[in-house]
Design a protein around this ligand. Structure first.
Ligand code: SF4
Length: 328
């Protein structure tokens, strides 16, 4: 691992304008706060796990980093260049260094193309003058890297299992030799045994290629083995960010503590006796978030101040930051 900082996200905020059925043309659109004031950095070879329940802004954060959705404010600094300040054509040269893989592996592959064409497509798009023999050699190389036999190159996506489709998606992401892969819930649609294979494959590739990863999941057990640090999101807000060990050994935010309590423990005796912290109620609407602390409507530790003041995001230990009034 080279430890070079490759990505710095500073105060990134993404809002969407939403209108309701029955709104008149002159009715002012409401703001949906999808991602609110998020900052973090990532070094080569590191994995940031991003965790939170559905609707917490994980995928929007990923898409804002690669300019697939527009940010309201903030910076995304990639190798010293603020991508958000560049036009799409200017950002394109950096975009090829950042690739994405998606949740539904089959739906993310074009059913009319064979897998050789699917994997080669980014290379042909970004480097159209690459000789065909080199394209074929690169396709074979990345297929080997992800454990696919190159005699499968003329097959179509529907002929593969979910796990194999995700390997094809990873091969397609690798063909441009990226420095960062953003994995948007890449194993959520897969069986548990296949999930482990895909996570192990990503870890092997990361070591071999000094790749950085942003690995998005909705529960902490999935990101446990792959992440060097973990960000916990709630309603578009970062509530805790720490090294992976610190999150699991000493979670500070009540939401993180509840998520950790739900992670299964392999020892049946410990699992049987552990305290499960329930999060009651539904996720509030991001169009009308709670005043003060966004988690207060579901927090067992909430007090009066929690509805009156938004907690500052503070460092409680080295590289361990939390947004809660009671974590000094
Ligand atoms: S600030 Fe209050 S409501 Fe928010 S997490 Fe801390 S104790 Fe709970």
């Amino acid at each position: 691992m080279s430890n070079q900082t490759i990505l710095e996200v500073e105060n990134l905020t993404v809002n969407f304008d939403v209108s309701s059925e029955g709104d008149m043309p002159w009715t002012k659109a409401k703001k949906l706060q999808a991602v609110n004031d998020i900052s973090f950095s990532l070094s080569a070879g590191e994995t940031l796990g991003v965790v939170g329940e559905s609707g917490c802004g994980k995928s929007t954060l990923a898409r804002a980093i690669v300019k697939m959705v527009p940010a309201e404010s903030g910076k995304v600094v990639w190798l010293g260049n603020d991508l958000l300040g560049l036009s799409h054509s200017e950002a394109r040269q950096y975009r090829k260094q950042i690739q994405m893989i998606f949740q539904d592996p089959l739906a993310s592959l074009n059913p009319r193309m064979n897998i050789g064409e699917i994997i080669a497509e980014p290379l042909r798009t970004h480097y159209p003058k690459t000789p065909e023999s080199d394209v074929k050699a690169r396709v074979r190389d990345v297929m080997h890297k992800v454990g696919l036999l190159d005699n499968l190159v003329n097959r179509y996506p529907h002929e593969f299992s979910g796990g194999q489709c995700q390997r094809i998606g990873i091969a397609r992401a690798l063909i441009l030799k990226p420095k960062l892969i953003i994995c948007d819930e890449p194993v959520s649609a897969l069986d548990v045994s296949i999930q482990a294979q895909v996570v192990n494959l990503l870890m092997d590739l990361q070591e071999e290629m000094d790749l950085a990863l942003i690995f998005i999941a909705h529960d902490l057990s999935v990101v446990k083995h792959i992440s060097t640090k973990i960000m916990v999101l709630y309603l578009g807000n970062m509530v805790e960010l720490a090294n992976s060990n610190d999150i699991y050994q000493s979670p500070s935010h009540p939401y993180t503590q509840a998520l950790i309590s739900a992670v299964p423990i392999p020892d049946p005796n410990v699992e049987k006796n552990k305290e499960l912290i329930l999060i009651e109620g539904d996720l509030p609407s991001p169009i009308n978030p709670p005043s003060g602390c966004v988690f207060r409507t579901r927090c067992q530790k909430a007090q009066d101040i929690c509805s009156q003041q938004k907690p500052e995001y503070k460092e409680v230990a080295t590289s361990h930051s939390v947004a809660c009034h009671f974590n000094d």
